[in-house]
Design a protein around this ligand. Sequence first.
Ligand code: HEM
Length: 344
Amino acid sequence: MPVNMKPLETYRDDFTYRNSPQAIARFPFPFPEDQYMYSVNIEPAVSRDPGSVFEHLFDVDEHYVSEMAERALVLEKDPRRCLVMPHMAPAAWDLVEAIMTHLARDYPEHFSLTRDGDQWTWENHPLDICQRFTFGDPATLPCEPLEYITRQMQGDFAMLDQRDGDLYMDAGMVTCPADWSLAFDAGMSFKQWHAPVPMAPQMGVFDRALKYLLNIQVGAPVRRLNWTMTINPRLDTSSETLHEWGHERSLVTSDNVAGLVHLRVELQVMARMPRSNALMFSIRTYLISLEELVTNPAWAQRLHRVLRDLPDAIADYKGLTSYRQTVVDYLAQFDREAVPARAA
Ligand code: HEM
């Protein structure tokens, strides 16, 4: 199914980002049940549901051009959002190959790759790029290889070095994280960077998840969904820019809640890289305003129940506490069982 890319929209200042009806229809609504609790919700990343975000390993959508412009803006202000420790150079080339081959195969109307030995030609039509380079020689690209390719792919990337039975965050491009920082987590192990998460360690989630991840094989990627909420369609909610967006949580009122509050869903893919043995962790972020979300009544009802009953520790960690009740009150009108209960 061809991707129709929208003209430039913004994820800051005037926030012109909106989803088309097609984008709403393919939004990865993350709740299979009316309750939410942390779990090891990992499944094989096999292609399913043509047209959905699960069809391809790297999902490109209508926001591609805008998201790449937003990444460029973030990097201009803060180049430390991209980091590649020297021992991760082979992993960076692995990522170049993975993204170029998948995009060229899955979206031939937008991307193409010609390989003649180590002489490669990469064409990216939406960004008007035609690049000849020697695979493995960074001097033949305009910038470091991981930075080069992730400036052309939606979502964040962490490249994890695997050693001593653990994973270490030794490289990445992170310009749209949900309240964390690559510069802060750089060099940390799996449990170290997960230390702020409540409840999950006690439930054994991270012990089981790490064991699983260490055994991921080349050619057998896996995926999971994670979610939080964000005020405005703001992609860059990193620790570094907390001073720009943190206060917006106190702006939510019953009048503006539907347009201001967004459900933020991350489609995370974990794939073993063939040369470096690094683990790729990609985080594709999807934003949908409540007013867009409630166009699907089943989603509105379910989100109402999930948020109403979410454990306080998880709501606090996700930064929802100050406006959760306003969202729950708004969503109650879409929950047939809850409306009479509230009116009584
Ligand atoms: C949160 C990275 C895999 C479960 C986080 C955070 C980071 C992160 C940076 C934010 C922590 C903070 O608040 O500073 C990664 C990376 C992974 C990975 C790089 C791949 C190696 C997993 C897996 C699971 C998992 C496989 C579970 C099956 C969680 C949970 C949270 C979290 C439950 C809290 C999210 C929330 O409530 O919004 N992860 N993670 N992670 N991670 Fe992971």
